[in-house]
Design a protein around this ligand. Structure first.
Ligand code: ZN
Length: 57
């Protein structure tokens, strides 16, 4: 089975149930970055997302 890149926003913000899961890392990062900005008003860099938020499952 292919690896998927997953962002579970609950780990970043306890009130948010947003989950992204994609086999395409670039897409997962883009979706996560947009979500962080639109919903949480946070500017998060790709590196921060990769290192701190994205899990490989
Ligand atoms: Zn969120």
């Amino acid at each position: 089975m292919a690896k998927a890149h997953k962002l579970d926003c609950e780990s970043a913000d306890a009130d948010c149930r947003f989950i992204i899961q994609s086999e395409n890392e670039t897409e997962a990062i883009e979706l996560a970055r947009d979500h962080m900005k639109d919903v949480h008003g946070k500017e998060v860099t790709d590196e921060e997302l990769q290192e701190e938020h994205l899990q490989v499952v």
